[in-house]
Design a binder for this molecule. Structure first.
Ligand SMILES: *[C@@H]1O[C@H](CO)[C@@H](O)[C@H](O)[C@H]1NC(C)=O
Ligand SMILES: *[C@@H]1O[C@H](CO)[C@@H](O)[C@H](O)[C@H]1NC(C)=O
Ligand SMILES: *[C@@H]1O[C@H](CO)[C@@H](O)[C@H](O)[C@H]1NC(C)=O
Ligand SMILES: *[C@@H]1O[C@H](CO)[C@@H](O)[C@H](O)[C@H]1NC(C)=O
Ligand SMILES: *[C@@H]1O[C@H](CO)[C@@H](O)[C@H](O)[C@H]1NC(C)=O
Ligand SMILES: *[C@@H]1O[C@H](CO)[C@@H](O)[C@H](O)[C@H]1NC(C)=O
Ligand SMILES: *[C@@H]1O[C@H](CO)[C@@H](O)[C@H](O)[C@H]1NC(C)=O
Ligand SMILES: *[C@@H]1O[C@H](CO)[C@@H](O)[C@H](O)[C@H]1NC(C)=O
Ligand SMILES: *[C@@H]1O[C@H](CO)[C@@H](O)[C@H](O)[C@H]1NC(C)=O
Ligand SMILES: *[C@@H]1O[C@H](CO)[C@@H](O)[C@H](O)[C@H]1NC(C)=O
Ligand SMILES: CC(=O)N[C@H]1CO[C@H](CO)[C@@H](O)[C@@H]1O
Length: 443
């Protein structure tokens, strides 16, 4: 088969440097990594030809104009199927939303940064619905059998500081977009990528299965007095068999969050800074709807200055208001949630936590016993480290009476101390917890 060469954007890619070995590179803080050594055009041509793929080499617009349409055109047109796509340039300006959901058997090599424009007024009018919790995005990305390799350099930069300043710490503002929504995305790998300064959530994985995200760097940090609430690392929704390997996440909210109908989600060898920790939920936000979270397994995770190791959260049984900030009345179950080999340093709140009265419009912490969402079969094993002196309970489990409480919560080999204290922190608080193993409740 002959390779069809489609050169988009500027005439041709600069053919420079020796060939880069196609091995994984661990992404890092940009200032600490050298400029990429991008393989030559000849390399990509022969690779595409030998693989029987079309080739699209997309260069940034030389005048610095909008590169969104060229990327969208390549991924929905010339290089939608059986293709090799190369983004070898340094900075690509993204000034319009992208909708690329029908890729099939495509390899993407990205060496530079996609930088979203800071025009909030514009983006608010064009964001696309994620069909979950009224959230929205500026990039739909999906398909089958995709390999997207950032080689430690490829970056999505949401230019989030303007959004953090605009939000003023207010949560879930309508049409504030997450950077990318991987949707209907199956049997694929994303690796060696960087995601910085996302506008809202970094990404959501929805209606997807059999994905591996490995060697991923996420950093959403505010340089002003305004916080980075809602800058989750990743949320999974209606998805199955998703693996997160070697993630480094710095942000101001959930590092990894599982939402409704997430199953077989795995996290390995990752480091989380500053945010909330791993979230199981929130769940039960949609009145009358049934959802589940099943089979979560995390191993070898280190957390610095986070609120929790992990927390399970559901809305109450009484629906008040509508998503994203209101809701409740949903039912379902979360079960078989296992985390082991965890280190946490300076936990800001209770390291292990669950409650059933999430709400963001004034009813937070109310009607906690009314949820019919059932949580069970949770294990935290081999967890060591420290919590701030101000933290009152090492574990705090508020479970709803209407759900029949929580069953089979297990802790094993936990060695957490409060900063500056010698003795183990063993103050476990429980409401409606049954079949607890490895800890004694005092409440
Ligand atoms: C995240 O970014 C901030 C600001 O750029 C930087 O100070 C911090 O070191 C970064 N975190 C990591 C883990 O690279
Ligand atoms: C995105 O593209 C898909 C497939 O081409 C199409 O069905 C859908 O309507 C598009 N959505 C938006 C918001 O443009
Ligand atoms: C969210 O969407 C639902 C239905 O799509 C709508 O009824 C509700 O008003 C929306 N909430 C907000 C805050 O936009
Ligand atoms: C990916 O899988 C989901 C869930 O099974 C399915 O709805 C979607 O159509 C699939 N997408 C593709 C491109 O095959
Ligand atoms: C789960 O996804 C991985 C890719 O991360 C794949 O190798 C594996 O075969 C999938 N498992 C099932 C049961 O489909
Ligand atoms: C645990 O994860 C860290 C961070 O990714 C990694 O450096 C270390 O090798 C992992 N340990 C094991 C035993 O895999
Ligand atoms: C979640 O799973 C439940 C049980 O299979 C199903 O009834 C519900 O429709 C699913 N929700 C979505 C949005 O897929
Ligand atoms: C947990 O600790 C026990 C005892 O120290 C050890 O045998 C086991 O291998 C550890 N498991 C993990 C996953 O680190
Ligand atoms: C929930 O009910 C239990 C008894 O089943 C009670 O001890 C607890 O205080 C109640 N919790 C809240 C938050 O109302
Ligand atoms: C308790 O939960 C763990 C983790 O899901 C599971 O392996 C175990 O079988 C459960 N025990 C019982 C008695 O159900
Ligand atoms: C790690 C990282 O890329 N940090 C960046 C965060 O955003 C600011 C502002 O855009 C950059 O200066 C940092 O380099």
């Amino acid at each position: 088969m002959n390779a069809v060469i489609a050169l988009l954007g500027a005439a041709a890619v600069a053919a420079i440097g020796p060939q880069l070995p196609l091995s994984p590179h661990t992404p890092a803080h940009r200032d600490s990594i050298p400029a990429p050594d991008v393989p030559s055009l000849e390399h990509w041509e022969s690779l595409a030809a030998s693989d029987g793929r079309r080739l699209c080499v997309i260069d940034p617009n030389p005048q610095g104009g909008n590169d969104g349409p060229a990327i969208e055109r390549a991924l929905t047109g010339d290089c939608r199927t059986n293709s090799l796509v190369v983004l070898a340039g340094d900075v690509y300006h993204i000034e319009t939303p992208m909708n690329t959901t029908t890729l099939d058997n495509v390899i993407i090599h990205q060496y530079g940064r996609l930088l979203w424009s800071p025009d909030i007024d514009y983006w608010l009018t064009v964001t696309m619905p994620v069909e979950f919790q009224n959230q929205s995005t500026v990039w739909y990305f999906g398909g089958d059998n995709i390999l997207w390799d950032g080689h430690g350099f490829g970056t999505l930069d949401g230019n989030g500081q303007v959004w953090y300043d605009w939000a003023h710490g207010r949560g879930n503002l309508p049409h504030r977009p997450m950077n990318i929504n991987y949707r209907g995305f199956n049997n694929s790998i994303v690796r060696n990528m960087r995601y910085v300064q996302s506008q809202m959530w970094t990404m959501a994985v929805t209606y997807s299965r059999n994905l591996l995200f490995s060697d991923i760097y996420v950093n959403n940090t505010s340089s002003s007095e305004h916080n980075t609430l809602n800058t989750d690392g990743v949320d999974t929704v209606y998805s199955d068999n998703i693996t997160f390997n070697r993630w480094t996440v710095t942000n101001g909210d959930d590092h990894i969050a599982l939402k409704g109908n997430s199953s077989n989600i795995f996290v390995y060898d990752s480091v989380f800074y500053d945010g909330q920790g791993v979230a199981i939920g929130s769940m039960g936000q949609f009145d009358g709807k049934w959802e589940y979270i099943e089979n979560f397994y995390a191993r070898n995770i280190t957390l610095y200055n986070t609120a929790h190791v992990s927390y399970l959260k559901t809305w109450s049984g009484d629906a008040k208001g509508y998503p994203p900030n209101g809701g409740g009345g949903g039912r379902g179950h979360a079960r078989n949630i296992v985390m082991e080999d965890i280190k946490i340093y300076g936990s800001r709140q209770r390291p292990f936590f669950s409650w059933q009265c999430e709400h963001y419009e004034g009813d937070m912490g109310k009607n906690c016993n009314s949820s019919e969402f059932k949580m069970s079969d949770v294990v935290w094993r081999n967890v060591s480290g420290t919590a701030k002196l101000s933290v009152d309970h090492v574990g705090h489990f508020q479970c709803s009476a209407a759900a029949g409480g929580c069953n089979n919560f297990t802790v094993e080999n936990i060695e957490i101390r409060r900063e500056g204290k010698e003795e183990l922190f063993e103050n476990w608080y429980c409401e409606n917890v049954f079949e607890n193993n490895g800890f004694t409740c005092f409440g």
